[in-house]
Ligand binder design. Structure first.
Ligand SMILES: [Zn+2]
Length: 449
């Protein structure tokens, strides 16, 4: 009997919810379309079309002004929040649906879990914790009551086939498997509400970090991941040596909630990977952890047994590393300098002494000249705050990155968040792919490989 009661209750709720509701909406600046829906346990589906400038929102658990907001906004990765973002809670910076084409949209609220899917791909899975953190501006973003409202803000956003259905009480979102974040101590939710982009551009799907694990963590933590293969040879873990492998990588990740960049690995990548293959990625970065030593030998500074000073003093070897770094950044057209200022194990204790202002300036000069950004690396905790402040003073932009070797050393950008506070970084200091000038630069085979 109980099941039959529940069935009828759901049916009645579904019919009541759909009754008299609009099924289409042309959203222009200032327009509002109300959709009656249950206050909890419901699903709203529709088809949506944006262009590269239009913007609109779907408010839910709302009285027409407050409540949660899902964003509809396409266009390039430029720091604005993109389609599917749960504004201020789970901001996303790449739209996985094309502009000027209809896509399927789904919002589902099951208990305290909010799920957003675009063309059946889940890009938000957020569970409101017992004690949510909300700044004043977002204090109305709480589940429990209210209805749905579509609101236009820029240009024209088209919506059709709007359908509401009630979901059975107690139904769980099958992908909601991780415990909710404790927002009373979480830094990410605070940055999201300040409009500070939270993106780890330097995530590698290797060493046990599968696409699925990364996907689950990204949605749960609220950190956007830029997943990047290592193109070239000689690094640790999986390398992508051929153009074919790199295109297959893009096909595998492009319909996921990730940004996708590529890391130029080793030093030969500029001669072995086609420029058009690299252009297919949303961004490109490299580091100076691999250098060509005095005798022409490829040396990975993170493998102590490969580091050979050939009788040079530590100071002389430091000059050599700086010289190599400048050559790399000058001749290998990348968007940002990753794992920056990394030193071999034996020299790390003298980091402050060895990175003199003269040496730092040589590296920052190149970044400035070629509009390259400086990665703040969470795993190695480099560069120092002093160097970050000097770069900021020159107007150099920053990315956050981890360079994980597996699932275990992918953290939550702790050092990057410390740098925001200690160095006074603001959202304006952050780099985005829309700032890239790498297509205007030519790779130079300066090592004559
Ligand atoms: Zn890396």
């Amino acid at each position: 009997m109980k099941h039959i009661h529940l069935f009828f209750a759901v049916m009645v709720a579904a019919i009541a919810a759909s009754c008299g509701n609009p099924t289409t909406a042309d959203l222009k600046p200032g327009s509002t379309v109300k959709v009656k829906c249950p206050s909890e346990n419901f699903k709203l589906t529709c088809q949506v079309m944006t262009d590269n400038t239009s913007a609109a929102d779907l408010l839910f658990a709302s009285d027409g002004t407050s409540g949660y907001e899902v964003r509809f906004h396409g266009g390039a990765i430029d720091g604005t929040t993109k389609t599917g973002s749960l504004t201020g809670i789970r901001n996303r910076y790449r739209s996985i649906v094309p502009d000027n084409e209809w896509f399927n949209f789904e919002l589902a609220v099951r208990g305290k879990n909010i799920s957003v899917k675009l063309n059946d791909i889940e890009i938000v899975c957020y569970t409101e914790p017992e004690k949510p953190f909300r700044i004043d501006e977002y204090s109305g973003m709480l589940l429990g009551k209210g209805e749905c409202y579509f609101k236009g803000s820029i240009g024209l956003t088209k919506v059709k086939d709007i359908k509401i259905s009630a979901l059975p009480e107690g139904e769980k979102n099958p992908s909601d498997t991780l415990p909710p974040v404790d927002e009373q101590s979480d830094k990410v939710i605070r940055l999201q509400q300040q409009g500070f982009p939270v993106i780890d551009y330097h995530v590698h799907l290797k060493g046990g970090l599968t696409k699925e694990i990364a996907w689950g963590r990204s949605l749960n933590y609220g950190i956007n991941y830029g997943v990047s293969p290592n193109a070239g040879e000689g690094g640790d873990g999986r390398m992508y040596a051929t153009d074919k492998e790199l295109y297959e990588y893009i096909d595998d990740v492009k319909l996921s909630p990730f940004l996708y960049g590529v890391q130029g690995e080793g030093r030969k990548w500029i001669t072995t990977v086609k420029p058009e293959t690299l252009s297919a990625f949303e961004y490109l970065f490299t580091d100076a952890m691999t250098i060509v030593d005095k005798k022409g030998k490829i040396t990975r500074l993170y493998h102590p047994e490969e580091v050979n000073l050939y009788g040079m003093t530590q100071e002389q070897y430091m000059d050599y590393i700086v010289d190599q770094t400048v050559k790399i950044l000058t001749n290998e057209p990348a968007d940002f300098y990753a794992n920056p200022t990394y030193l071999p194990d034996a020299m790390q204790k003298d980091y402050e002494k060895l990175w003199t202002s003269g040496r730092v300036d040589k590296v920052l000069d190149v970044l400035e000249k070629y509009h390259m950004a400086l990665e703040i690396n969470a795993r190695y905790r480099i560069p120092s705050f002093d160097i970050i402040k000097r770069a900021k003073a020159r107007g150099i932009k920053f990315t956050f990155g981890t360079n994980n070797m597996g699932a275990d050393n992918l953290g939550r950008l702790e050092y990057c968040f410390e740098a925001i506070d200690s160095c006074g970084l603001t959202p304006d200091d952050i780099w985005f792919p829309s700032m890239s000038i790498r297509s205007t630069r030519k790779a130079v085979n300066y090592n004559n490989f």
